[in-house]
Design a protein around this ligand. Structure first.
Ligand code: EPZ
Length: 430
């Protein structure tokens, strides 16, 4: 199993190209199930989750052709992938695949809308919380589907003639359930209005792509999304938006180690709240043409309290990294997690580097310390593991992060991007 060795203490200086967003690429890829034409996605990141979803889609009959892995001079590369699902080969998404990645459950929307039926394994528990699927079930039931749980699977069946547009208000904001409702309602008869919809940029990206495919969606990015159903969707070409979580992660790394880095190919408006928190912590964050420049001062970090919230609030996917930053602040800060009930597994590992964190319910109290010291630590989930990497960059001496397959799910060429900016980071394959 690969490990990552970090020798901390260097400032970061240079340019980091930001990849296409994992959490936009996944639903966009799943949207290819809605049409028999070719959907072409540009700027698809090369990540373990993307590769797994390619396999899952292949199982449903999606023909995939990857081309144009373009190596740019700045070291970035982005793939263009063509997806064609002439006919759906299988409407079952098996446990072996769905249990590996929760987002693969989302195939339920397009399969049900296009084929009138889907049998999809329940995703099961997950390291960061229980993550139920009740909102998907209720939402699709509102469109007329029959939803039955049988042997760990959901059997979903559309009424004769297809799903029927309806008004449905989510009792809780869910990114995945919003994606699924938009995809399913695009092929429903009549108009669907989704209330309390997720407003994340990835929802807007999916809506834009679906509209390019012929869907009639308005209001994405607000809490109310209206979808006028159409009989069929066509192919389209769409560029995956930049990864705001990768952007925020590297911005926090620079704020923590000190240095001067331009994050290229990203957009500050995707993560205003997180950038504001980084500014309050003392780093300079400015927009540049085509990116963001971050100047950090390392030892002069101010304590800042944050609370995770659905977009446009502070993203839960940056909570662990921000806590890493706060471990070196000049004072006490508080980090409150409101989205997932068990997303504090990085606390114990950060403590191994010398961080002083106490947990009380959903709030962590962090007493900043000037010195973190390198240690062996273990990655527990995707965002938790990258918080250990950035803390390791700011720690004295060597940090060895094991179980880095978690990182490979969501960070493209992390070691390379950091090394180019002067960090000492290497992958050790045993
Ligand atoms: C998406 O997950 C992201 N994943 C997550 O990123 C992200 O943390 C999360 O949104 C919140 O922003 C992808 O986009 C692939 P939710 P999702 O449904 O859609 C509860 C990462 O690290 N809920 O918005 O699965 C749920 O338990 C990942 O890249 C229900 O109660 O999240 C949670 O408490 C991790 N019932 C809350 O809603 C349901 O039926 C928000 O979850 C569905 C969700």
């Amino acid at each position: 199993m690969d490990r990552i060795r970090i020798v901390g203490g260097n400032e970061l200086k240079g340019v980091i190209p930001i990849s296409g967003a994992k959490n936009a690429a996944l639903p966009l890829m799943i949207a290819s199930l809605l049409t028999s034409d070719t959907l072409t996605l540009e700027n698809v990141p090369h990540l373990a989750d993307v590769e797994l979803l390619l396999r899952i889609l292949g199982n449903h009959g999606v023909d995939v052709s990857v081309n144009g892995r373009r190596e740019h001079q700045d070291g970035s590369y982005a793939r263009t992938i063509h997806f064609t699902c002439r006919t759906v080969a299988d409407t079952t998404a098996p446990y072996e695949l769905v249990s590996k990645m929760r987002a693969s459950f989302w195939v339920i929307g397009p399969l049900l809308a296009r084929e009138g039926k889907a049998r999809v394994s329940l995703p099961g528990g997950c390291a960061i919380g229980t993550r139920p699927v009740d909102l998907f079930i209720e939402g699709l039931q509102a469109l007329g589907a029959e939803m039955e749980i049988d042997g760990g699977y959901i059997n979903a069946t559309a009424p004769k003639g297809g799903l029927i547009g309806a008004t449905y208000n989510f009792p809780k904001v869910s990114v995945g359930a919003t994606h699924v409702m938009m995809m399913a309602a695009s092929l429903a008869r009549g108009t669907t209005v989704i209330g309390n919809a997720a407003r994340e940029p990835e929802v807007v990206d999916l809506a834009n792509c679906l509209n390019a495919m012929g869907a009639k969606i308005s209001g994405a990015g607000t809490s109310t999304i209206t979808i006028e159903g159409v009989p069929s969707l066509s192919g389209a070409r769409h560029r995956v938006l930049p990864d705001r979580i990768e952007t925020g992660t590297y911005a926090m790394a620079v704020a923590m180690t000190g240095g001067d880095v331009t994050l290229q190919g990203t957009d500050a408006s995707l993560l205003d709240t997180a950038l504001e928190a980084i500014r309050r912590a003392g780093a300079e964050v400015t927009e540049t043409p085509g990116g963001i420049r971050v100047v950090g001062y390392g030892s002069e970090i101010r304590p800042v309290d944050i609370v995770t919230e659905p977009f446009p609030g502070f993203p839960t996917d940056l909570q662990a990294q921000f806590m890493g930053l706060m471990t070196r602040a000049n004072g006490v800060s508080h980090v409150t997690e409101t989205i997932f009930e068990n997303r504090f597994m990085h606390v114990q590992e950060l403590a191994r580097l010398g961080a002083k964190i106490t947990l009380s319910g959903q709030t962590a109290r962090i007493e900043g310390t000037r010195r973190l010291r390198g240690a062996p630590v273990m990655a527990t989930d995707l965002r938790a593991s990258v918080s250990l990497v950035i803390a390791g960059l700011a720690a004295e001496g060597e940090t060895m992060v094991s179980r880095v397959y978690h990182l490979d799910r969501g960070f493209e060429r992390l070691e390379e991007k950091l090394t180019r900016c002067g960090a000492v980071v290497e992958r050790i394959s045993d």
